[in-house]
Design a protein around this ligand. Structure first.
Ligand SMILES: Nc1ncnc2c1ncn2[C@@H]1O[C@H](COP(=O)(O)OP(=O)(O)OP(=O)(O)O)[C@@H](O)[C@H]1O
Length: 249
């Protein structure tokens, strides 16, 4: 195997007596989509929090592009090229689509937020934001207020905001949530092409999307990884069927 882009080594995180992450070691290889699945409360968001920097592990390390980033802030990791999309939308609803993309580009540039007004007029930031909107198919609605977008379009805008970072890896928390079948299909198609540019750690409940996209799947149950493997291996794993997949496999 090549050097992973992103990896965790034995990360552990407790909330009181509950071990939400229990000695988790996973990695993300260049060009791959690695899906993390598991029942509600299994610890998926806790894991993502530690990888992206909003939570600090009690033990273990997180490495990104050859650096130990365990103690780095969310912004420091974002500036290294870790792109993240959220389970709950982090978009500014009253701002336009372009303004949201610009906020992402501005964050990536490391310039203070008070320069937001200036950013609207700064060519390189604007170009970066517009290019990201174009890639996800939202260029036509750039001047529309974000609150007026459909749910699916907002999900695409979140991906565009992450794209403005020129990411070296993505961490996505349930990007398919709330999308109808058409929206999921569209986003699945886009993520399929995105992996060649930056690998994706994908937390997702939509099993159709996971089975269509994942190169590897890790299954989390009670804070522990009980299995990692290809789609076929995971579907055939009796422990996984028992703990999570049931009849959907
Ligand atoms: N800040 C917190 N304080 C206390 N307990 C927490 C906190 N965050 C998470 N937990 C607990 O840790 C466990 C793992 O939660 P987490 O949100 O990571 O699971 P999840 O797999 O993402 O769930 P879901 O699929 O419902 O989003 C749960 O039992 C949850 O109640």
């Amino acid at each position: 195997m090549t050097e992973p882009v992103l990896s965790t080594h034995g990360i552990t995180r407790s909330f009181g007596a509950l071990k939400a992450s229990d000695d988790i070691s996973i990695d993300l290889q260049p060009g791959e989509i690695h899906a993390i699945i598991g029942p509600n409360g299994a610890g998926k968001s806790t894991l993502i929090g530690q990888i992206s920097g909003s939570l600090t592990p009690d033990a273990g390390t997180v490495r990104f592009l050859g650096h130990d980033v365990t103690r780095e802030t969310v912004r420091a990791r974002a500036r290294r090229g870790l792109g993240r999309t959220f389970q709950i939308s982090a978009l500014a609803m009253e701002d336009t689509v372009l303004q949201n993309a610009l906020l992402g580009a501005l964050g990536a540039s490391g310039r203070p937020w008070r320069f937001f007004g200036a950013a609207l007029r700064t060519r390189d930031l604007r170009d970066r934001a517009e290019a990201a909107l174009d890639r996800v198919g939202l260029a036509d609605v750039a001047s529309v207020r974000t609150a007026e977008l459909s749910h699916g379009q907002r999900r695409l805008l979140e991906v565009a905001v992450a794209l403005t970072l020129d990411p070296k890896a993505f961490v996505m928390d349930e990007p398919m949530a709330g999308l109808g079948p058409e929206g999921s299909k569209q986003l699945t198609g886009f993520l399929d092409t995105l992996r060649a540019e930056a690998p994706i750690l994908l937390v997702e409940h939509d099993m159709d999307a996971v089975f269509a996209l994942a190169d590897r799947i890790s299954v989390l149950v009670y804070g522990r990884v009980i299995a990692t493997g290809t789609v076929d291996e995971i579907r055939a794993d009796p422990a996984v069927r028992d703990a999570y997949l049931g009849d959907t496999a």
